[in-house]
Design a protein around this ligand. Sequence first.
Ligand code: UT7
Length: 322
Amino acid sequence: MRAKIIGTGSCLPDKIVTNDSLSAIVDTSDEWIQSRTGIQERHLVSSETETTLSMAVTAGQAALENAGISPTQLDLILVATVSSDFLTPSTACMVQKALGASNAAAFDINAACSGFLFALNTVDAYFQAGIYQTALIIGVETLSKLIDWSDRSTCVLFGDGAGAVVAKSSEEGMIACLQGSDGSGGDILICKSRTNNNPYIHTGTDLDYLYMDGQEVFKFAVKKEPECIHALLQQAGMQPPDVDYYLLHQANYRIISSIARKLKLPLEKFPSNVSHRGNTSAASIPILLDEVNRNGLLAEGNILLLSGFGAGLTWGAALLKW
Ligand code: UT7
C-alpha cells in the first residue's frame, strides 16, 4: 500500500508585505527583488495570535475538511518545520491536541525546505510497512522570526505560512519517492540555536539569525534538483514529459525556470506562486499543492512530481498519481 493524497489545506498570515514596504526597512528595491527572484510580495505574521501552531492547525483543519476525514481517524501526524514555537513539545503534538486527534502518533521533522517531502516519504514508508493508514502532514514556517531584518540578502526572500495534506493508505497514489542529504554543505544555509549558558560555560547570549550564501545555494539547487528529478523518473521508468505538473519548492523563479529549461519542458507544467508567497520553506510545496487543487487545475489520474531542496543540505522528490 502507498500514500495517496486525499485532501489539501493551507493558511497564510493576514499581512501582505510588498517589496516597496521592505525598501523602507533595508536598502533594496522592487526592481532588484523581482528581477533576481520573481517575488513581488509575501505574507508575514503580524499579531501574537498568528503563530507556527495556529497556522499549522488552520491548514490541518482545512485539509481534513477537504478530505472528509475526522481528526480521530488520524493515526499519524507529521509536521515539517524549523521554526516551532516551542523546542518541546513538538508542533505535531500541539496540533494533535488542538485538533483532538487522540488516536494519532505525532512528531516533527527538520529537513528545512525539503521537510514536507521528507515527511511525505516517511508517511509512505509507514504505509508500505502497514503500520499506519491515515496521516496528516503539515509543512509550516514562521521564518520571519529567524531572519535578521537588517540583512537585505535574506530578509526579502522569505514568507510565513502553512500547507497540509491528508494521506490515506491506498493501492494507488505514490509511485516513487527519494530523499538525500549532504551535511558537508551545511554551512551555506545555517541558523544556530541558542548558545550555552549553564553555570560552567558561557558562550554568549546573542541570538543567532539565518545566514545564507545565496549564490552557493543557487548553484546547489540548479544542479541537484534536476538530478533528483531524473533519478526519480528513472526509478519509475518515466520520462520528463510524462509528468502533468511539476510542483517545485518555491524559492526563486529563476531556479524554477532553469529546471524547466534543463528538463526541456514548457513553464506551463510548473505552476508557481513564489511571486505572492515568497519562500515559505517547508510550507512552500503543500501551499502550492493546495492552491492548484482548489483552483481546479488537477484532474484525477494526473501525474505530479513534487521536488525541493534546502538547508542541511537536503533534497527530496515524490512522484504520485492524483
Ligand atoms: O529555500 C532556501 C533556498 N534559498 C535559495 O534558494 C536562495 C538561492 N539563491 C538565490 O536565490 C540568489 O542567490 C539570491 C536571490 C539570494 C541573490 O541573487 P544573486 O543574483 O545571487 O545576487 P548576489 O548575491 O550575487 O548579489 C548581487 C548584488 C550584491 O551587490 P554587489 O556586491 O554586486 O555590489 C549584493 O550586495 O546584489 C546585492 N544585493 C541586494 N541588492 C538589493 C543582495 N541582496 C540585495 C537586495 N536588494 N535585497
